[in-house]
Design a protein around this ligand. Structure first.
Ligand code: FEC
Length: 230
């Protein structure tokens, strides 16, 4: 018998896999249900959501310590008849500008419990900070970046209770530098939050955004009903 493969875990925090899927004609509801159940094994959480628009039918935010477990979820969903239309890989992190935040908040950044209650509206997009000539985030002195991120955090905190943000790092792992997942009470909470934060100097001058996807978070059965997988 071959040795079972060793888990691949970050030294701190959790791995995050966003999967955006399309239903193939032979998709099997029971097999999708088993895949999600096995994927969320206690240490790992799988948050299902239906997707509006043409980019996908449904999605899964899978988060946990072992990248191999996340990969198995991807395999099992594909075997159940879902096609991966898009995906994103990232890791939870405490920003280098969040050294002063309380330990409890830092732990929540590294080990979040998802999905938040009463926040069914979801949007996902990747983003990076610019490295243009004359507009390069990475050549700014640390104190200036800290000040910009402090203002960013201040404008973000105005959305407490309406928006929960999950900003996970993907430098070296995927095409952009962060994955941004926002959970909102109402869809316009998401829109207002992103709009407001675009005026933060740190975003207005230095942020580049990838494509946005909007979803509706619900228990798996409801998501599967919503996308018509009977
Ligand atoms: O270099 C880095 O480490 C920067 C990582 C970073 C990105 C980022 C992007 C967005 N955030 C958005 C929403 C919020 C809301 C809150 C909030 C707070 C912070 C803090 C840090 C931080 N954010 Fe951020 N954000 C990044 C980093 N952000 C640091 C303050 C410390 C902390 O809370 O961890 C308020 C959260 C709360 O207190 O409940 C809301 C949104 C984006 C993407 C759009 C944009 O940048 O304009 C939305 C990257």
């Amino acid at each position: 018998m071959p040795e079972p493969q060793q888990p691949v875990v970050p030294s701190e925090g959790l791995a995050v896999l966003h999967l955006f899927c399309r239903l193939r004609p032979h998709a099997d509801r029971e097999a999708v249900t088993v895949a999600v159940k096995q994927g969320g094994d206690g240490e790992h959480q799988v948050v299902p959501f239906s997707v509006l628009g043409h980019k996908a039918d449904l999605g899964f935010l899978a988060i946990g310590p072992d990248l191999r477990q996340l990969r198995r979820l991807q395999r099992d969903l594909q075997a159940a008849g879902l096609e991966i239309a898009d995906s994103y890989v990232s890791l939870t992190e405490v920003s280098e500008y969040a050294k002063e935040v309380p330990e409890r908040a830092k732990r929540e950044r590294l080990y979040p419990t998802l999905p938040p209650d009463g926040m069914p509206a979801l949007c996902f997009y990747p983003m990076s900070k610019r490295r243009n000539v004359g507009q390069n985030w990475y050549t700014l002195p640390y104190d200036q970046r800290l000040e910009l991120m402090y203002d960013h955090g201040k404008s973000g905190r105005a959305f407490a209770g309406r928006v929960l943000q999950l900003v996970t790092g993907s430098t070296g792992l995927d095409d952009f530098e962060w994955a941004v997942t926002l959970f909102g009470v109402h869809p316009d909470d998401l829109k207002e939050c992103v709009h407001t934060m675009r005026f933060d100097a740190g975003s207005a001058l230095y942020a580049d955004f990838g494509p946005f996807t909007t979803g509706l978070v619900a228990p798996l059965d409801e998501v599967l009903d919503e996308v018509g997988l009977t």
